[in-house]
Structures are given as structure tokens and as C-alpha cells.
Design a protein around this ligand. Sequence first.
Ligand code: SAM
Ligand code: SF4
Length: 321
Amino acid sequence: MLIDGHGRRVNYLRISVTERCNFRCQYCMPEKPFSWVPRENLLSFEELFSFVKVAIDEGVDKIRITGGEPLLREGLDSFVRMINDHKEGLDLALTTNGYLLEDVAGRLRDAGLKRINVSIDTLKADVAAKIAQKDVLERVLAGVEKALEVGLKVKVNMVPLKGINDDEIVDVMEYAKARGMRIRYIEYMENVHAAAGLKGLSGKEILARVKERYTIRKIGREGSSPAFNYVTDDGYTFGVIDPHKHDFCESCNRIRLTAEGHLIPCLYFDEAMSIRDAVKAGDIGRATEILREVLRNKPEKNRWSEESDEHSARAFYETGG
Ligand code: SAM
Ligand code: SF4
């Protein structure tokens, strides 16, 4: 079992398989052109999988594949299959922007994937194009329909932003609800890569919008989930991910692995250790040591807070959010 330096059990590994993305979401990517990590620096799926096995042996039982946009990485279904076939009962999921989903949903399901999260910030094509800086909505929505059709369980992620999509908080909920999908609103996390001047809504402000339509009741966090759940008077459960709340980090059970092999203990901070050389040399003992060391040094909490608007230097497109 993996226990961090603050006594928290860590059982959840998020793997960013690429930092590249076919969107340029204003809240995630720099406005100015920047250079990607060269492809040859990426760990292969086999190399990533050799670390996944180490993590599973140490007690990880929940894995999420993310990015950048994970579906840009060719043959992702083979990576899903490797992990899924390795151990029964793993909770294996994927987060995607949905743009390439229509073509691959069936293959991902066949490889053993059961759950995906799709980011849908708006149902208006022009607003989607403004946020992603590309005309994306039609393909994203087609991807969601396909995922549902092939039997994947789908959750929706929405980042509400003032003056951009905050008038659609309930509309996106209705869209998700009508399709049996849970929505999770994510508070915008200030970071230096995002467009200047963006303002997110706090969890409280998001709930106020929902309350204009529904009476809601608190349920609470589900285990170590980052989402605080609520239920509407007609029985629909939704969540709010509120990293600015002081108790958000108390039950953090996550570590993150980047496509280059950096093992990151906290989404907020720059600190990381590389498992790259260990994995390339097939040195499982060293990879295990690094994993344990990263956990010993996992920060107690992030520095987003309800009072301050501090910016993190960590790139979400690198860590996978
Ligand atoms: N490209 C995929 C996607 O968009 O779903 C996966 C990677 S993305 C980094 C993972 C999640 O992080 C998405 O739900 C996205 O909305 C969220 N995210 C990115 N930047 C964020 C920010 N500054 N604040 C809050 N959430 C953010
Ligand atoms: Fe790409 Fe996802 Fe970041 Fe948007 S949030 S730019 S889709 S990685």
C-alpha cells in the first residue's frame, strides 16, 4: 500500500500519454506558439506500462489516461488493453476532449475501457470555437453519442468561466442529464499558461446558478473523489470540483505521470522526479524507489485558495489536469 508523507493512501495514477492537443483551450494552453516535447522523448506504451505494473504492485487500483489529448496518440486502444488485461477489477478510465472519439469509441470499449470523461464547456458552436480556438462542437457531441451507443459510461466535465459560458451551467447539466451522464463542474484553476484575464466561477457561484432552476441537497465527497456531490430535487446527482476550498487536498489519493516519464506528486507544484531512465533500463527496483520517494515528498496542499488568486506554473496540458 502506498502512503504519502501526510498519511494519505495513494491508489490513483493519472497518466498523460501526450502533452499535444488538437484544441487550444483558453484556460489550459498558452496563447503564443510554443514547441512540443519532441516525439522521441515520449515513453512508449510498453515503457509506460512497465511503470503501471510497478504502481499496481504497490497498491494503485485506479488509473486514468489523459493528456493533452490522449486520442491523438495512435494505438491508444492497445495501451488500454495492456492495462486492462494485466489485472482484473482495475478502475480504468479516460479523459478526452471528444473530438476524435466517434471513430475510436468502439475500439476503446473492445480493449476493455468502461468509463470516459468528456470536456463539454458549452453547447453553443461559437462559444466552443472561442474557448477551444477551433470549430469543435459538432464533432465533440457526435463523439459523445457514439461513446454512449457503444456502451461506455460517460461523465461530462465543464469549466465555467465568467462572461464566456457561465450562462450555460444549467443547459449543459440538462444535456448531460437527458443522456444519463453525470456532470462535474471544475472550478477554473489559475495558471500561467492560460489566457490573461480569465475568471472562473467559484463552487458557490456555480451552485447559485443551479439553484435558480433546482432545489439541491448536499451529498458529500465519494471516497477520495475530488468532486463534492449534490442531488437535485428530481434526483439527478452532479459534482463540483473545488480545488480552492481549504479541505480539498485532505483526501488526495493521486499522483501523475507525464508522457516523458515525470512523476508529479501535486497538480499545483513544479516538483517532479523522472522514472524515465529506470524504466528504459528495465530497473523495476529503482522505479519503485522513485515512486516511494515522490510520495514521501507529496505536498500537503495546493496553493489555490478561496482568498487568493495565485497562479500555478504547472501546465495542465502536460500533467493531464
Ligand atoms: N484534453 C482532454 C480534455 O480536455 O478533457 C484531457 C486533458 S485536460 C488537461 C483534463 C481536464 O482538465 C479537462 O476536463 C479540462 O477541462 C481541465 N482543465 C484544463 N485546464 C484547466 C484549468 N485551468 N482549470 C480547471 N480545469 C482545467
Ligand atoms: Fe487540450 Fe484538454 Fe487542454 Fe483543452 S483542456 S487544450 S482539450 S488538453
